[in-house]
Design a binder for this molecule. Structure first.
Ligand code: FAD
Length: 458
């Protein structure tokens, strides 16, 4: 078969790959998009969307449990897991269909099959050679484990956890990062006994320390057990359960062990090294413009070291398509990427934590404010505790936004506007926040940081 020529050949159609394809086609470039599994990748089929559907079902269950407190008579009869799964699959199905429609309408050459980089400008799929003026590597990530711990039987990763057709009676979750606390939160709301094991001193350890503490307090109240600073030492399993042990001598029985220790780059045996692409522990190295060391080869998404988030992948995909089209797009620094953890209570942040800001600007050159959601009407209506914390460079812009509380994930976008536009608290304080919304709490934090608090003490 003759080689087929394109402006861009993209390997992997997840968040990063398909965003690059759509933007490239929009800019009039000819694009081939190669996918071995399903258009949409991890986020749509095994990540963001399915987990957030489960978390919404969990929120509904909790609302029913607490409904008497707001005068609504309802009883939670139980969780029908096949019903939850079919609701989740319905959401995925609609989005999948929409995405397929977008890709086919964009006249992108969508190629199904396992691709391999066989020359710096060529991806081969089932003997078909797709030659690109540029190639974008976007092959994504997989659930990692730790040495000696195999994902098998009752030792599961997020992919298997999403396939369960029942609510487990008990689960040990190894890893207190984003994926671990989200599953812990879902299962607890569904009625399981949950224990998290985290090697670092805190849950959600990448967040501002006060945020980690708030999540720990909330989890304690929800009776989600956790052992922080505890190292996993082994697991044994039978037909009905697992026994998990830690180096400090604890032993915990459960129906499953969920391994949520992070995600590794899916780059093995794809020809990247053979074509001279510089790599580090499986990750593809790029400059800040996402170009690899091999001219014409770019990389986007989870295979590029940094935050493994879908919206980072989208943004990187768009960026590279625009770069190839010669539009010279602006680089967004990694710290400007918003981060949300959708457990209950939710966690949202963007920019620098207080310790990071103090390291960058000096301890005396950083100011912070915590606005307690107790002073926010909508949060009181929802019955949530929590806070918004803003970090500013003294007499300078807001450099960090941090939030904990029910539904605060929706507030992060104002935080990211403030941080990325280097807004001063005074700028934010002069804008009007609709009442009663949780967004008002962001405005209140800015008012306080600008020295004119309204619903809080200075
Ligand atoms: C449980 C879970 C929950 C998550 N929740 C969130 C969330 O709430 N918010 C968020 O922002 N992020 C979330 N993420 C992370 C998010 O899913 C990833 O950051 C995102 O999917 C990365 O996009 P990507 O394009 O780099 O890779 P992927 O989405 O992994 O896509 C890569 C694609 O490449 C294909 N591929 C790989 N190799 C080949 C090959 N050789 N030939 C052909 N095709 C190939 C794969 O089949 C896959 O479809 C979550 C992840 C998980 C696992």
């Amino acid at each position: 078969m003759a080689d087929q020529q394109y402006d861009i050949v993209i390997l992997g159609a997840g968040s990063g790959g398909y965003a690059a394809a759509l933007r490239g086609a929009q800019l009039g470039l000819s694009v081939a998009l190669v996918e071995a599994d399903k258009l949409g990748g991890t986020c749509l089929h095994r990540g963001c969307i399915p987990t957030k559907a489960l978390l919404h079902a969990a929120e509904v269950a909790d609302e029913i449990r607490h409904s008497a407190g707001i005068g609504v008579k309802a009883t939670l009869e139980g969780i029908d897991m096949p019903g939850v799964n079919s609701y989740r699959d319905g959401v995925i199905g609609k989005l999948y269909k929409g995405l397929q429609g977008l890709v086919s309408a964009a006249s992108i050459e969508y190629v199904t099959g396992w691709g391999r980089l066989v020359a710096p400008n060529t991806v081969e799929v089932d003997g078909r050679r797709l030659v690109g003026r540029n190639v974008i590597l976007a092959s994504g990530s997989y659930s990692k484990s730790i040495p000696g711990l195999d994902i098998t039987g009752r030792v599961i990763a997020s992919e298997q956890a999403l396939q369960l057709d029942h609510v487990p009676s008990s689960v040990v979750v190894l890893g207190g990062g984003v994926i671990g606390v989200e599953f812990a939160s879902v299962w607890k709301s569904f009625g399981a006994d949950v224990t998290i094991i985290e090697g670092l001193p805190n849950l959600v350890p990448n967040e501002d320390p006060v945020v980690s503490k708030a999540v720990e307090r909330a989890f304690r109240k929800r009776k989600i057990a956790f052992h922080t600073g505890a190292r996993f030492s082994g697991v044994t399993q039978t037909d009905s359960g697992v026994t998990v042990s830690t180096e400090d001598g604890k032993s915990i029985d459960a129906e499953y062990l969920l391994v949520a220790v992070g995600r590794g780059p899916a780059t093995a045996n794809l020809g990247y090294e053979e074509q001279g692409v510089a790599m580090d522990r499986g990750f593809v190295l790029t400059n800040e413009r996402l170009a690899t060391n091999v001219p014409g080869i770019y990389a986007v998404g989870d295979i590029v070291p940094g935050l493994q988030l879908a919206h980072r992948g989208f943004q990187q995909g768009i960026f590279v398509a625009e770069e190839i089209a010669g539009l010279n797009p602006v680089v967004v620094p990694e710290s400007g990427i918003p981060r949300v953890t959708y457990c209950e209570p939710e966690v949202a942040s963007v920019g620098l934590t207080q310790p990071q800001a103090e390291e960058k600007y000096g301890k005396d050159s950083v100011e912070t404010v915590d606005f307690n959601l107790a002073g926010n009407g909508k949060s009181q209506i929802l019955g949530t505790t929590g806070f918004i914390k803003l970090v500013r460079e003294k007499d300078g812009p807001i450099v960090g936004f941090h939030a904990v509380g029910t539904r605060v994930g929706e507030l992060v976008n104002e935080g990211q506007l403030a941080v990325n536009w280097e807004a001063y608290p005074e700028d934010l304080a002069s804008l009007i926040h609709a009442h009663p919304t949780q967004n008002e709490a962001v405005g209140e934090a800015a008012l306080a940081l600008a020295g004119k608090p309204l619903h809080s003490h200075n």
